[in-house]
Ligand binder design. Structure first.
Ligand SMILES: *Cc1c(COP(=O)(O)O)cnc(C)c1O
Length: 431
């Protein structure tokens, strides 16, 4: 299998990449290795593992065979060289920044982000002495202006949650590259089926596995994927990777592991010392989900397109942000950034305002009112009173979460049933 990875298509790889029949039992499905530790062959083997001279399993905070299959599968689907799974999407964001940042360093981030990410970046990372500089990711001059000698990364979402904004990844990657820093892309809403950020020049990809990759609302997880293409030694900006790392008895990660430096650092130091580990049960559910990723994403996109078109024509609606609509300012970017579709997520502005949105979420029957997205089920949330509540009115507006806006995550149910439910709830919301 591994010799032929380049020959197989996406639908084959989503089922097979990283997995092989269990060598001990022949089990065809990847077993859940519910084990904390792994027996060393002898003292020499143990020493080689701890010295990172041999790859293997030591302790499940660092590596686990079920999680390892998931890491290889996602790295393959993204076209990367390695991946590190984490306990949540937010953990993955910290794990992506951790090897790059230090007190006094900053990351230039898009204003159009998942609400939780805005809070993580604008508030919580300050405690580490890190700073986030928010910019309009469509404004090249603003990005150039924000990058300074302390910048260590640029961060954006491919298809932004929830506003239907699509980033011009190639343009942003060029700006990051010119400044000698990596572009990190949160590819949660798009998944590697719709968008492969490395093909546009990104260095790292992060995901919340919680959403489409697992796909049915059972798991909290995250992953950082490395393209393996960034030269960490080209400048003195990334001493954790290019210089002797004091947290690993002076090991030089880039010199020792080449393109796998970031991945090894993520496991040997990130997971070892931050401990934001994905558990094997969660990895198993996510592997199950990924087996049908392309089928689900295809249907999510098809349904979302039909629902968005129906909503846009409705008198009770002020606007719909779906990038698949001709009216979207980002419609042209669908072809270049996510050619298989604009995803299953968008926002709808109601003429009935804040109160109408509250009435709508209370009146929907098929839709679930939850703080999640990317489920097989259709989901709705009023961002301004929930996920984006901590944000200022300006931040809400920038994130596409104004008071009269609901976010909907279109499921893979029969599209006629989804539309009928929205129709009856809109009637109540507009009464
Ligand atoms: C949900 C989400 C996150 C955070 O992921 P968790 O698994 O909830 O920690 C980050 N980015 C985006 C785009 C998300 O939708």
């Amino acid at each position: 299998m591994s010799d032929r990875l380049n020959e197989y298509g996406f639908d084959t790889l989503q089922i097979h990449a990283g997995a092989r029949p269990d060598p001990a039992t022949g089990a065809r499905q990847t077993p859940i290795y519910q084990s904390t530790a792994y027996v060393f062959r002898d003292a020499e083997h143990a020493a080689a593992l701890f010295n990172l001279q041999e790859v293997g399993f030591i302790y499940s905070r660092l590596t686990n065979p079920t999680v390892a299959v998931l890491q290889e599968r996602i790295a393959t689907l993204e076209g990367g060289v390695g991946a590190v799974c984490c306990s949540s999407g937010h953990a993955a964001q910290i794990m992506a920044l951790f090897p790059l940042m230090a007190p006094g360093r900053n990351v230039v981030v898009s204003t159009r982000l998942y609400g939780g990410s805005v809070t993580q970046f604008s508030q919580t990372i300050k405690r580490f002495g890190w700073e986030a500089k928010f910019v309009d990711i469509d404004d090249a001059d603003a990005i150039r202006g924000a990058i300074d000698e302390n910048t260590r990364a640029v961060f954006c979402e491919s298809i932004a949650n929830p506003g239907g904004h699509i980033a011009d990844l190639a343009a942003v990657a060029k700006l990051a590259d010119a400044a000698g820093v990596p572009l990190i892309v949160d590819n949660t809403s798009a998944t590697p089926y719709l968008c492969r950020p490395f093909e546009h020049g990104a260095t790292l990809v992060v995901h919340s596995l919680t959403k489409y990759l697992t796909g049915n609302g059972t798991v909290t997880g995250g992953v950082v994927v490395d393209s393996g293409k960034f030269d960490w030694s080209a400048s003195d900006k990334f001493p954790s990777l290019s210089q002797p790392e004091p947290a690993y008895h002076g090991l030089k990660f880039h010199e020792t592991f080449g393109p796998l430096a970031f991945t090894f650092h993520g496991i040997a130091i990130g997971l070892r010392d931050l401990g934001m580990t994905l558990n094997p049960q969660a990895a198993h559910y996510t592997l199950m989900g990924i087996e049908t990723l392309s089928l689900r994403m295809h249907r999510h996109c098809e349904n979302a397109q039909a629902v968005a078109e129906w909503l846009e024509k409705d008198d009770r609606i002020e606007s719909v942000t779906y990038a698949g609509l001709k009216s979207s300012p980002y419609n042209a970017r669908v072809k270049t950034v996510c050619p298989k579709g604009a995803g299953g997520l968008f926002t709808v502005a109601l003429k009935a305002g804040y109160d109408g949105c509250v009435k709508l979420v209370d009146s929907l029957e098929l839709f679930s009112h939850v703080a999640n997205l990317g489920d097989t089920r259709s989901l709705v949330i009023h961002s301004a009173s929930t996920t984006h509540r901590q944000l200022t009115p300006e931040q809400q507006e920038a994130a596409g979460a104004s008071p009269n806006v609901v976010r909907i995550s279109i499921g893979i149910e029969d599209v006629d049933d989804i539309i009928a439910d929205l129709d009856q709830a809109l009637t109540k919301a507009s009464a």
